[in-house]
Design a protein around this ligand. Structure first.
Ligand code: A3P
Length: 302
């Protein structure tokens, strides 16, 4: 049992254990509320931010929050944690409002809602209401590195083990929310038929954040002024998000920042500091077999 003594709500957490949940590895903190999650009533103007964990969810969440509310309610950015501005639909932690409750109680329009669910688990009302969805994907190797450090420092996540163990677990989909390969591929497939899905890449955001914000605005039908866009660009620079306690998760007490940080590196290519040559060869050989849709291409350097 982990007791976060500095936690005002005195929450108690344990490292969770993965189990097979309809073919996907999940933990209790994301399945306990399953019926409520599945019955969530989306509204037509809700915007769903969908990602595999560690693909750049927070970055895009802050961008969307600033695009919609930065002008009318700029104080949000420095006074409300991002996980309250953009609730995490499937999370159910003890002594905390569930993601569904937070989402239902959002007073803003549109409601911005985050999910890591593989596509087959998305509540059906999002499809029925024809909601806009922003999906962010990140290359597997950097995604895995980021997830490894996240699992090390987040005391409610399954124990990641050492790096080599983790690498093999990731390749087998034995991590929370299951296979990265299935996640990115199935969401990509959906994009071909569902026009309200905007599929973005972390690497593109690193290469040219302004260009990616422009594409996002086009998709959302927004046209911020040059000044508003500059303010957003400034607010979402890695160093500024790292300094901002409302975006850096320092208020989220299940993370031990002595082990790692949430705003850790924010780069493309950190995988090179983790993979051995042999691990990279093994990974690449497996990757080729599993990523057969060549219209979906990731960059591992920018
Ligand atoms: P690293 O661990 O590689 O640094 P998510 O929000 O999906 O959990 O993703 C977290 C990852 O996105 C972390 O990656 C984090 O540093 C990175 N990230 C968050 N904000 C960023 C920003 N403004 N610019 C670049 N990377 C960012």
């Amino acid at each position: 049992v982990v007791r976060m003594s500095d936690d005002p709500k005195k929450m108690e957490f344990t490292r969770s254990v993965l189990f097979d949940f309809h073919g996907v590895q999940m933990t209790k903190y994301f399945t306990e509320n399953w019926e409520k999650i599945q019955n969530f009533q989306a509204r037509p103007d809700d915007i769903l931010i969908a990602t595999y964990p560690k693909a750049g969810t927070t970055w895009v969440s802050v961008i969307l929050d600033l695009l919609y509310f930065g002008k009318t309610a700029p104080e949000r950015h420095t006074s409300i944690p991002i996980y309250e501005r953009v609730p995490f639909l499937e999370i159910t932690f003890p002594s905390m409002d569930s993601g569904v409750d937070l989402a239902e109680n959002l007073a803003t329009t549109p409601r911005l809602i985050k999910t890591h669910l593989p596509i087959q688990f998305v509540p059906k009302s999002f499809w029925e209401q024809n909601c806009k969805i922003v999906y962010v994907a990140r290359n597997a190797k950097d995604n895995m590195v980021s997830y490894f450090h996240m699992d090390r420092m987040t005391l409610t996540q399954p124990d990641p083990g050492d790096w080599n163990t983790y690498l093999h677990r990731f390749m087998e989909g034995k991590v929370l929310f299951g296979s990265w390969y299935d996640h990115v591929n199935n969401w990509w497939k959906k994009k071909q038929t569902y026009s309200k899905l905007h599929y973005m890449f972390y690497e593109d955001m690193i290469e040219d954040t302004g260009r990616e914000i422009d594409k996002l605005c086009f998709f959302l039908g927004l046209s911020p002024s040059a000044e508003e866009k500059n303010q957003i660009m400034y607010g979402v620079q890695f160093d500024n998000m790292k300094k901002n306690d409302m975006t850096n998760y320092s208020t989220f007490h299940v993370m031990d920042f002595k082990i790692s940080t949430f705003m850790r590196k924010g780069e493309v290519g950190d995988w090179k500091n983790h993979f051995t040559v042999a691990q990279n060869e093994e990974f690449e050989e497996d990757y080729k077999k599993r990523m057969t849709d060549h219209t979906l291409q990731f960059r591992t350097e920018v």
